[in-house]
Design a protein around this ligand. Sequence first.
Ligand SMILES: C[S@@+](CC[C@H](N)C(=O)[O-])C[C@H]1O[C@@H](n2cnc3c(N)ncnc32)[C@H](O)[C@@H]1O
Length: 228
Amino acid sequence: MRHQNNVLRDPKVEAVLERLHHTADRQALKLFLHYLPQLPRLFLGQGIHWNPDRTHFYRDKYIPIEREQGQLLYLLARAINAQTIVEFGSSYGVSTLYLATAIRDNGQGKVIGTEIVPEKVIQARQHIVEAGLTEFVDLREGDALKTLQDIDGSIDLVLMDGYPHLALDILRLLHPQIRQGGLVISDNVGTFKTALNSYVEFLRTPSHGYRSATLPLKGGTELSIKAG
Ligand SMILES: C[S@@+](CC[C@H](N)C(=O)[O-])C[C@H]1O[C@@H](n2cnc3c(N)ncnc32)[C@H](O)[C@@H]1O
């Protein structure tokens, strides 16, 4: 990893991840230009407006978690000895690789990932094979609202990183199976502030059973624990 210690301690996984992060970094200019008209909103702290009818732009975009978020995910998954991890939005597999490394190092379990764009699923599967993590991943192609309906047993950790307008529905779907002490980590709560407002409110309403705080990672990463 550039600039800092890498907690994964696995050169094979790190090499794949570094290549994917670099490819994602090279898409930054296209993303910047795409969001350019919305820069005033961002500077005013309002976040980018999310239009659920205009997602085509993202079909070939990596838009992965950042390296620091990946390290945090790995550490959290190790800390709670996660064995069932659910990921909404796998894209090309960057977050999947961090989480699957944690599952492997915990000794057993699976990351159940889901991705709706078939071309991304093909690539993500290749990256997982290349990293030697196939047996720790169950990557499901299709709409997460369907593919995540039949999860066996309890869930230790959820990564919420799909399109914002679906986050609350996905959380409601998974909520009964998230165990006490389980974690929900949500990307982009600062970037897509308005679209994720009701989702974050859900996590912050005490009667729903979570304790939740926003970490200053990638402009806002929500860390929530199901505390009962
Ligand atoms: C921000 S990206 C995920 C990045 C990924 N977690 C990573 O770190 O590499 C969001 C992904 O969610 C996928 N997605 C959006 N709606 C979905 C749905 N209904 N079901 C499954 N995947 C979906 C998109 O195609 C996109 O690839």
